[in-house]
Write a protein that binds this ligand. Structure first.
Ligand code: THG
Length: 279
């Protein structure tokens, strides 16, 4: 299945058959004090630095999250989107739990973006799916609902099905629904990795949809995060992950290696190109 994203002129195709599309996670204030202080002053220099470094490292799409305590992200998210669009032509993934911020960002966005995210809760489905339809956006469906988070992969699949059905019912194409199987920290939930990997396998084989996830969540609170992130990434891609939200500076090498080993990189062209750009 192919999901098409667009910037102003650019186009990125997320294909369940690969190769993997990388959504850069780093425009996110979590533990980035400098991003918070500069954004508070409407200074986008740190945002530009993060955009440049991620694109150079292999990001195809940029996640944009400007949520921090005290911020009015219904104002700041569209402003940040406009600032990025002035300098870069890549599709964006607008990341906010606030439907007003999502709506405000959709009004200024060029092309066809990802909405991050909707989930199986009734109020989320009601708020977000009509916006995705109206603005012709792709929507990420998180597999949690009014009952919270389940650790049963079959239940997570059921929530994915519910989100897909509701989206299709209001006229969104199934390729414009991308599922997030929920990656959580293995330091807190011992079987978090196994549950997520099995959910990916189920969503991939039963629904055939494109799959994303916040892949770095898995390693929160642990040392040598790059090793955990890379190992998890390889297994997740094997099971059907097609567009991870991750830090390309740390993980693109593992992603290119995995695509090559899965036979999705003829003559190792992309792997070698990435290797050369690291020299
Ligand atoms: N699913 C979806 N969207 C998401 C998530 C998800 N968006 C947010 C988050 N989870 C994914 N993004 C991040 C961004 C940063 C980090 C992890 C996930 C991160 N940051 C470093 C830290 O906290 O130590 C700090 C920055 C760095 O040094 O890289 O790990 O699950 N749909």
């Amino acid at each position: 299945m192919k999901t098409i994203l667009k910037g102003s002129e650019s186009e990125v195709v997320i294909n369940t058959e690969g190769p993997v599309v990388i959504i850069g996670e780093s425009i996110n204030p979590t533990r980035r004090k400098k991003l918070v202080s500069t954004l508070s002053e409407r200074n986008f220099e740190v945002v530009y630095d993060l955009a440049t470094s991620q694109i150079e490292a292999g990001a195809d799409v940029l996640d944009v999250n400007v949520g921090f305590p005290g911020v009015d992200d219904a104002k700041l998210l569209p402003e940040t989107v406009m600032a990025i669009q002035e300098k870069y032509d890549v599709p964006l993934c607008i990341d906010s739990p606030n439907p007003y911020a999502i709506e405000a960002a959709l009004k200024v966005i060029n092309g066809k973006c990802l909405i991050n995210s909707v989930n199986g809760e009734e109020k989320s489905l009601d708020a977000i799916l009509p916006l995705a339809k109206e603005h012709n956006a792709v929507v990420i469906g998180l597999v949690m609902d009014d009952n919270g988070i389940t650790h049963d992969p079959e239940q997570r699949l059921r929530i994915a099905e519910k989100i897909l059905n509701r989206a299709v019912k209001i006229g969104i194409c199934e390729e414009d629904v991308v599922i997030d199987p929920l990656a959580m920290a293995v330091s807190a939930v011992p079987d978090a990795g196994a549950v997520t990997l099995e959910t990916i396998r189920l969503v991939s084989t039963r629904l055939g949809l494109n799959i994303t996830m916040g892949a770095s969540n898995i390693s929160f609170g642990l040392p040598i995060r790059g090793v955990l992130n890379s190992s998890f990434m390889a297994m997740a891609i094997m099971n059907g992950l097609s567009c991870p939200i991750t830090n390309p500076v740390l993980v693109t090498s593992a992603i290119r290696a995995t695509d090559l080993l899965l036979g999705r990189d003829d003559y190792a062209m992309r792997y070698i190109e990435h290797y050369k750009s690291r020299l």
